[in-house]
Design a protein around this ligand. Structure first.
Ligand SMILES: [Zn+2]
Ligand SMILES: [Zn+2]
Length: 490
């Protein structure tokens, strides 16, 4: 009994591990006889979509002529996003054998005509059946489940049309909404092979130059022991951007690779996960370049919104709605009611990331710059402290401070070579923990530091004046790290 239970647990554990292991996908792309099929744009788009799902590990070949059985052995499925010249007998046999042996293939849009379908361009520039010996690749047509007479190649004028999921009993389509709209080319007049399973179709509107019939849009094909999914959608990234197209594509790729689908009926459409860090970015009081906004894009683990003034930011619900406050504003002082809200936020242990000119924030509020941030830029002389100075476009090397290279916020960044605005002659609390510093004589030594109160989660990053910083990958990583750290997530 105990033995059986243990075995059962082991099986479960194994199932959990194998479900989590990413499926290996090879995208076959490259040469196109058809310049409107911009594979240099669509291939990275598809690759990103697959990777972002977390289900796949994706490689790309732009040179399919080199494919061999050994080169394909590690993959679960191939994705064809290609309509160029033939690959040669070795590579074609390798792909054919790969699918036949039980692996998967996903084929999109323009793969259904051209040399791989035994066609060549005639003297009039139109596709025609090639008379050359060996021009036919019969297995290719069998894999795609389609023939397309060269004279029939085409589609109605590109327009937005509804796609109907006509078979929702298949693992790929199960649970998906029955209909969605795309803006794409609606391929028609194809000769489908018997035995294909049509999952999606669309009405080919005669008013747009269509046939007046429902045309198959997506289908599956059994080839040997393998699985093929062919979809005629996918002319360009704009067509592929449709959320339901992405769901269909992701689930079809998983099915082609495994014969099963674990991705949900809205895969690829999901917003940020529930535990994403909620960030409020505050500006107001100082001009900035719009490139600043891009610093917060591209992260699945955070969602952000923007307040264009302190008044707009520090409202009563502020504490409940956000985990991290990013300051990129500049104001001498705050109204008492705003101070109260902000103080409660900071003291609750939530995160504060102060960027660049926000070091000139709330300078009339000594608690803020002495206890919270631990630094102050003097706009004018005060007592025996002279005015601080700034200088634009200063080349700097910013490096981890002594002993800090492994701190979570700066780990892996190394030395950042950057051109940015230098600040000099500021006041720094003796209690700050400096994470990054510079030797540039035009700048004070500390550049990135944690505030003086160890109980708070406050960090200041001096860099960030303009696009040269905003677009710097290391700067973007540094700010992202600072946000996660201040949210207690690093
Ligand atoms: Zn097209
Ligand atoms: Zn600046």
């Amino acid at each position: 009994m105990r033995m059986a239970l243990r075995l059962f647990t082991a099986v479960l554990l194994f199932a959990a591990i194998s479900a989590a292991a990413p499926l290996r996908i090879l995208i076959i792309t490259g040469d196109s006889d058809y310049p409107n099929h911009d594979w240099r744009a669509t291939t990275p788009f598809l690759q990103n979509a697959l990777m972002a799902s977390g289900r796949f590990d994706v490689r790309v070949t732009e040179e399919p002529r080199g494919l061999t059985p050994d080169a394909l052995a590690g993959y679960d499925a191939v994705l064809l996003n290609y309509n160029g010249p033939r690959w040669g007998a070795l590579a074609e046999k390798a792909i054919e054998g790969f699918v036949r042996a039980g692996k998967g293939m996903v084929a999109l849009h323009g793969v259904s005509y051209g040399p791989l379908m035994g066609m060549e361009k005639g003297p009039n520039g139109r596709w025609a059946r090639s008379e050359k010996k060996g021009a036919e690749w019969p297995a290719y047509k069998a894999m795609l489940g389609v023939d397309w007479e060269p004279a029939n190649i085409g589609h109605a004028a590109r327009h937005a049309f509804p796609v109907k999921l006509v078979d929702r009993g298949h693992p790929i389509t199960r649970g998906m909404e029955p209909e969605f709209t795309v803006n794409d080319e609606l391929y028609h007049k194809m000769s489908h092979r018997p035995g294909i399973r049509v999952l999606a179709a669309a009405f080919d509107n005669p008013a747009k130059g269509g046939t007046g019939q429902d045309e198959p849009i997506a289908w599956t094909v059994a080839f040997g022991k393998g699985r093929v999914f062919h979809c005629t959608l996918g002319h360009d990234t704009s067509a592929m951007y449709q959320p339901e197209f992405l769901t269909l594509f992701l689930r079809a790729t998983e099915w082609a690779a495994t014969g099963e689908v674990t991705l949900g009926p809205r895969a690829g459409q999901t917003a940020a996960p529930k535990d994403a860090v909620r960030v409020l970015v505050v500006t107001g009081g100082h001009a900035y370049e719009p490139s600043f906004y891009t610093v917060f894009e591209g992260h699945k683990d955070m969602v952000w919104t923007h307040a264009a003034s302190q008044k707009d930011a520090f409202r009563p619900k502020f504490l409940e709605r956000f985990d991290v406050l990013v300051l990129y504003d500049m104001a001498n002082d705050l109204a008492d009611v705003e101070k109260k809200t902000l103080e409660a936020f900071v003291k609750s242990g939530k995160g504060v990331v102060s960027l660049h000119h926000a070091i000139v924030d709330y300078t009339e509020w000594s608690w803020w710059w002495q206890e919270v941030v631990g630094g102050k830029y003097f706009v004018k002389p005060l007592g025996d402290h002279g005015a601080s100075q700034f200088k634009d476009d200063v080349p700097m090397v910013v490096r981890p401070a002594q002993g800090m290279a492994n701190h979570a916020v700066v780990r892996g960044l190394g030395e950042i070579v950057i051109e940015d605005e230098a600040y000099k002659g500021m006041w720094h609390s003796p209690r700050i923990k400096v994470l990054m510093e510079t030797d540039t004589p035009l700048n004070d030594r500390p550049v990135v530091y944690i505030g003086p109160n160890e109980k708070l989660r406050v960090i200041y990053v001096q860099l960030g004046h303009g696009p040269s910083a905003h677009r710097h990958p290391s700067y973007r990583k540094l700010v992202h790290n600072a946000i996660l750290w201040s949210a207690g997530k690093l």
